[in-house]
Design a protein around this ligand. Structure first.
Ligand SMILES: Cc1cc2nc3c(=O)[nH]c(=O)nc-3n(C[C@H](O)[C@H](O)[C@H](O)COP(=O)(O)OP(=O)(O)OC[C@H]3O[C@@H](n4cnc5c(N)ncnc54)[C@H](O)[C@@H]3O)c2cc1C
Length: 445
């Protein structure tokens, strides 16, 4: 079997949303890593140097394998290096959706995977001494009484069924005092969640992988993969200037820029989300140290950095609309959204804005699986992957090392079925929007 990884049809080419990214400007120094420019051999190849790919590479290298990561652009240039920096538990589709699809025992294991994702994230930061501004606490907030009622019921459900005793309710007064915003009437605080500088976290993972002997080739887009279905034999990955033979392959290409294999890509809708950062708010910065995400269908999400800036994200673009083509319009819309939450900061200067593409699956559940005995993939984190993608990478590596059955969490999530979107973008957008609306996210369901 041979698969073309790149060359998406013209309608699916996505505009770059680099803008002026705060994370790129405040990133730690990083080495320039050479592209693959000859024929090499390795025990395991990982496609994609985002959080999922790098965590997988660390896990594979620890088992003694020679590991090579191929990255089409630079480390962290996908969603991992440009996201909202909010580490959240649960899944984008909400555990309730997985209860319906996996039954009570399956859902219990899925919940454990999501909690373990947060614990592993913290452990990695400690173990590899990654300087990424980690701070505890993430809160989902409600704007209306009915949202608050649903959110409170969701919290009780998690406490009772999954023993999630760490979850706490914050009332409107606590939120007003913590956030200096009148907009929210209640919220569910998860002290296990938190916030970080996502690019520095990703670069820290890359440094840990390099220290374990992993080779990383930047500017090495994989154009073709031959032999993923063949048992035992080497698989061949073709880059523009070189090729790699690998006995095991792990695909963690996210959704940007070329989108992985066509049949995988057909299960994802790339959705753009945009973020701004303000100048330092100085003494005006609110005391709450937690990351915040609201309960709207298209949520606002924000946090305050350790140097007192507001990082505020929102909006979801299912199609390449005016705001995506025009950076000034993008900034105007985001600023309007920010002022709805913090009207007092009309005078505050916006110093950075950027965006990124999210790998949304139709049911918002993660999408893992095998393309052959020695080829696995992870994708479809649907905007909820900062913690989960790392766990997915580690689980996929274990599944690759041990074969079917080696990693129950990976096998469980691989059982989830995913609908395929039609290749015509005209049809993809309404179908995906309908799917997302009917699936909703945790805190709105
Ligand atoms: C704007 C934005 C805000 C977000 N906010 C949050 C948040 O606050 N909290 C949260 O939990 N999640 C958030 N997310 C989602 C989260 O960032 C992702 O789920 C997570 O980073 C996915 O990691 P990944 O490693 O799977 O993919 P990526 O980080 O996208 O990495 C994939 C890598 O593969 C490379 N690649 C692709 N194709 C190929 C190829 N053919 N050959 C070689 N390399 C290839 C890409 O260049 C990329 O570097 C956000 C995403 C965006 C875009």
């Amino acid at each position: 079997m041979s698969c073309s990884l790149f060359a998406p049809p013209p309608l699916l080419r996505l505009p770059r949303l680099d803008g002026s990214c705060l994370y790129a400007e405040t990133a730690q120094a990083r080495p320039e890593l050479p592209p693959l420019d000859e024929t090499e051999e390795t025990d395991a190849c990982v496609v994609g140097a985002g959080i999922a790919g790098l965590c997988a590479a660390i896990e594979l290298a620890r088992s003694g394998l020679r590991v090579c990561v191929l990255e089409s652009a630079r480390i962290g240039s996908g969603a991992s290096g440009r996201n909202g920096g909010q580490a959240l538990g649960d899944f984008a589709c909400g555990i309730e959706a997985l209860e319906r699809r996996l039954g009570p025992d399956g859902a219990a294991l899925a919940w454990e995977v999501s909690q373990q994702a947060l614990r592993r994230l913290r452990a990695r930061i400690r173990e590899h001494a990654i300087d990424c501004d980690w701070r505890d606490g993430a809160v989902v907030v409600a704007r209306t009484a009915s949202q608050a009622e649903r959110l409170h019921a969701a919290m009780r459900h998690r406490q009772q069924r999954y023993d999630a005793t760490q979850l706490r309710w914050l009332d409107g007064a606590a939120l007003r005092a913590g956030l200096h915003s009148e907009r929210y009437v209640g919220g569910m605080l998860d002290p296990l969640g938190g916030q970080l500088h996502p690019l520095n976290y990703t670069l820290g993972l890359a440094r840990a992988a390099l220290a374990l002997g992993v080779r990383i080739h930047e500017h090495s887009p994989v154009l073709r993969l031959r032999g993923p279905g063949r048992p035992g034999g080497a698989q061949l990955l073709q880059c523009p200037r070189g090729r790699l033979r690998a006995r095991r392959v792990l695909l963690a290409g996210g959704v940007v820029p070329g989108l992985p294999l066509r049949r995988l890509r057909a299960r994802l809708l790339p959705v753009a989300s945009c973020i701004l950062a303000t100048e330092s708010l100085g003494q005006a910065v609110p005391p709450a140290g937690y990351a915040v995400c609201d309960s709207e269908f298209v949520p606002d999400y924000f946090r305050f950095t350790s140097d007192a800036r507001l990082v505020f994200g929102g909006g979801a673009h299912w199609r390449v609309d005016r705001a995506l083509r025009d950076p000034a319009e993008r900034r105007r819309r985001l600023r309007r959204a920010m002022l709805r939450v913090f009207p007092q900061w009309d005078h505050v200067r916006i110093t950075h804005d950027w965006g990124g593409w999210i790998d949304v699956s139709l049911n918002r559940a993660p999408d893992f699986g095998r393309l052959g005995p020695a080829c696995v993939y992870v994708q479809g984190f649907s905007g909820h992957g900062l913690a989960l993608a790392g766990m997915a990478g580690e689980m996929a590596a274990q599944a690759l090392l041990g074969g079917p059955g080696a990693c129950p969490g990976f096998e469980l999530i691989s059982r989830l079925r995913h609908a395929t979107l039609p290749s015509s973008r005209l049809l993809r957008i309404p179908i995906a929007a309908f799917g997302a609306l009917s699936g909703r996210i945790l805190h709105t369901s």
